[in-house]
Ligand binder design. Structure first.
Ligand code: F6P
Length: 502
């Protein structure tokens, strides 16, 4: 069987199941709510409200076997250079555990840098610094921003961490307006140290601080970082080309996380991810959480043709998760050619989006319930809360359950305006509680699910050439906006430049 045969088989199953409601699937397979549920460490995930039945799921698992998902994991964890377009290994797992003896050297390097990072955290905690401004963008921002926001204490944090990413000067202006340069330190994070946004914002921050004395850097190009901003080598932490930007929060890119939540809890985050690594590497396909999550996404995208996928976080502290996942998933899987350069055989990544419940129920949920597009969704909640408002937490969970039930089951009515069609699939993800360990496991689950999808589609999940052209053009147009005589070929750009220059 080929991958194409496997994808064709999915279409046949989708056709067979057309018109079968989710309640009928649950009625036909009474143990479905248990057999399609997995508990891996702190995560409970239930796929029972997806629209595949046992036979269709078997076809998905066969597709995973044909695409050698198990071999793919062995290559990933074994440090093979699977990012073939950039000739790099992909070893974010070595940052959080020593699962593979083949990646022992990388793991040892990672541990040594973590130790240095821990010392810097300790020194900053003992200093007069109260605030940290972290400057970076994309993978050098979204992960640390998400985790720091999710896990920071509600009050009484020793250090407040602020994030600036956008090149829009208003972002930096607003952040600095609330701070005192005498009690602020800065971290510049950039894998390449060639990113326009970070270089410009870094320069503003250094000047505002009055020099680089309280400036730190994280980069895979530490010499360039130290040189460009005159930062003492003791305050520059390395990362490596075997860590992709959007997979890097586990490295020294997580320095702001360790400052926001404490070094020990940063270690617990890594341990949670390591637990998911061990599970992904060893669990059989049919009980492998990232594999089942990925196959569910493949079903919704390729068999049902859904163009978008939503993530609803029923925990306000995870409000930044959809933005983080947009980069992780769409930068990884937004590809149209296979590893060998030939066109892909099926649609690849849908648009990922989402928001925090219950707010989103009062904004776009109308479209989810009664619109013409089916939007498969992950609903994420926590069994236990950490705030003192128990009734609110119960109401939050009641809403989570209500929405997933209403989306799946719908409700009939004689009045078409008041009819809910149902048949809208969702996956339920429950964390025992929002601990560093659970969040680490959750993020690692998504990372591995991304990789599995890339194996099915035959694409490289670890490059991102699609973002380069726009960057190059922006670098060429900046001098034109500054009034330098640059030749502009595109007539529309030329016209608008004239207006922008006044
Ligand atoms: O814009 C895409 C990208 O290359 C991301 O992949 C990366 O995370 C981000 O830019 C930032 O890059 P750097 O860490 O090199 O500044």
């Amino acid at each position: 069987m080929t991958t194409n045969d496997g994808l064709t088989a999915l279409h046949a199953h989708a056709q067979r199941l057309q018109g079968t409601g989710i309640p009928s699937l649950l009625a036909a397979e009474p143990d479905r709510v248990k057999t399609l549920a997995l508990k891996v460490g702190p995560l409970y995930v239930n796929f029972a409200r997806q629209t595949y039945d046992r036979a269709a799921l078997d076809a998905l698992l066969e597709l995973a076997a044909v695409c050698d998902v198990a071999g793919g994991f062995a290559r990933l964890f074994g440090g093979e250079r699977i990012n073939i377009t950039e000739d790099r290994a992909v070893l974010h797992s070595a940052l959080r555990g020593d699962a593979s003896p083949k990646a022992a050297a990388e793991h040892a390097e990672a541990v040594a840098v973590q130790r240095r990072m821990g010392e810097l955290v300790k020194a900053l905690e003992a200093s007069s610094v109260t605030d940290i401004v972290s400057v970076g963008i994309g993978g050098s921002d979204l992960g640390p921003r998400l985790v720091a926001d999710a896990l920071r204490p509600a009050s009484g944090a020793r250090l407040r961490v602020h994030f600036v990413s956008n090149v829009d000067g208003a972002a930096m202006q607003r952040t600095l307006a609330t701070l005192d340069p005498a009690t602020t330190a800065g971290i510049l994070i950039s894998k390449t140290f060639g990113t326009q946004e970070t270089l410009l914002n870094g320069a503003i921050l250094r000047d505002w601080l009055g020099g680089s004395e309280r400036l730190y850097a994280v980069s895979a190009n530490p010499e360039r970082a130290a040189r460009a901003f005159d930062i003492d080598a003791a305050r520059v932490l390395p990362m490596w080309d075997w860590v992709g930007g959007r997979y890097s929060l586990w490295s020294a890119v997580g320095f702001p996380i360790a400052l926001a939540i404490g070094f020990e809890r940063f270690g617990q985050l890594l341990a949670g991810a390591a637990e998911m690594d061990a599970h992904a590497a060893s669990a059989p396909l049919e009980r492998n959480l990232p594999v089942l999550h990925a196959l569910t996404d493949i079903w919704n995208r390729n068999a049902l043709g859904c163009a978008t996928h939503a993530v609803m976080t029923y925990d306000q502290r995870l409000a930044l998760l959809p933005a983080y996942l947009q980069q992780l998933v769409m930068e990884s899987l937004g590809k149209r050619v296979k590893l060998d350069g030939s066109p892909v055989d099926a649609d690849t990544v849908p648009v990922w989006w989402g928001g925090a419940g219950t707010d989103v129920q009062h904004s776009f949920f109308q479209a989810l319930h009664q619109g013409t597009s089916i939007v498969p969704a992950d609903f994420i909640g926590c069994v236990h809360n950490d705030d003192p408002y128990t009734v609110n937490h119960q109401a939050l969970l009641a809403n989570l359950l209500a929405q997933t039930e209403a989306l799946a089951n719908g409700q009939d009515s004689d009045d078409p305006h008041r009819q809910y069609p149902g048949g809208r699939p969702s996956t339920l993800i429950l964390l025992d509680a929002l601990t560093p360990h659970a969040l680490g496991a959750l993020i690692a689950m998504y990372e591995h699910a991304v990789y599995v999808q890339s194996l099915v589609w035959g694409i490289n999940a670890f490059d991102q050439f699609g973002v380069e052209l726009g960057k190059q053009l922006a670098n060429q147009l900046l001098p034109a906006l500054q009034g330098q005589g640059v030749e502009i070929a595109d007539p529309m750009t030329r016209e608008v430049l004239g207006r922008l220059r006044g």
